[in-house]
Design a protein around this ligand. Sequence first.
Ligand SMILES: [Zn+2]
Ligand SMILES: [Zn+2]
Length: 242
Amino acid sequence: MNIKISEILEKIINLCFPMTCICCESFVESEGLCKDCWDKIHWLSEPICEICGKQIDAEVKICSECIRQKPIFDKAVSVFSYDAFSKHMIVNFKDNDCTYLAPLFAKWIERIIKKFSYEIDVIIPVPISFKRRLLRKYNQTELLAYELHKLSNIKYEPRSLKKNKDTLNQKKLSKKLRLKNLAKSFEIVPEYKSNIKDKVILLIDDVITTGATVNECAKQLKNAGALKVYVATIARVDLHNF
Ligand SMILES: [Zn+2]
Ligand SMILES: [Zn+2]
């Protein structure tokens, strides 16, 4: 008999506290989603724009928006589409204290960051304002970035980028107003500038919509000397679906 005590204990714990799907709460054998919910998620896969990560037609490599105006970040990737189905998980993670989702989301992000061509030096979460942190009690992107650091052993640096003003909720704004709203809202903390200069940065956010937020962060990071700024998010809003 070659059964480890830890395996027996795990079986007993699973019997007493059965695991449930993070989406519909039906019982599952391993952490994550049940088969039905897994199939309902729109996992993002090729063909996607080589720069912004948006799903595109197979004939092109870069989407029309990135051709019209190349983003400041070098490349962005996301795990799944933010739609009527996946929205529930993201809202729970962001606003309903479901912080236990962070390790699982980080595991999914770890799989897709292999698409980046340069080795990453530092993981930086998109910051939130002091006021928002007080209201929410946590920054969900910090939790994601920290879990990703634990999985990948890449340095985690949450102090070098700061949000210095509480901006309006981006969701309700047009692209033009989003840019205006975000202008000068992020800044580099001078004491930690050495963590950015000549480094390949991985910026972590929960959802990418127009890309205005991560682009503004990338602008500050590149102004401070970052070599490359990659972006990884758990979800991506396809504006055509909304
Ligand atoms: Zn389910
Ligand atoms: Zn693009």
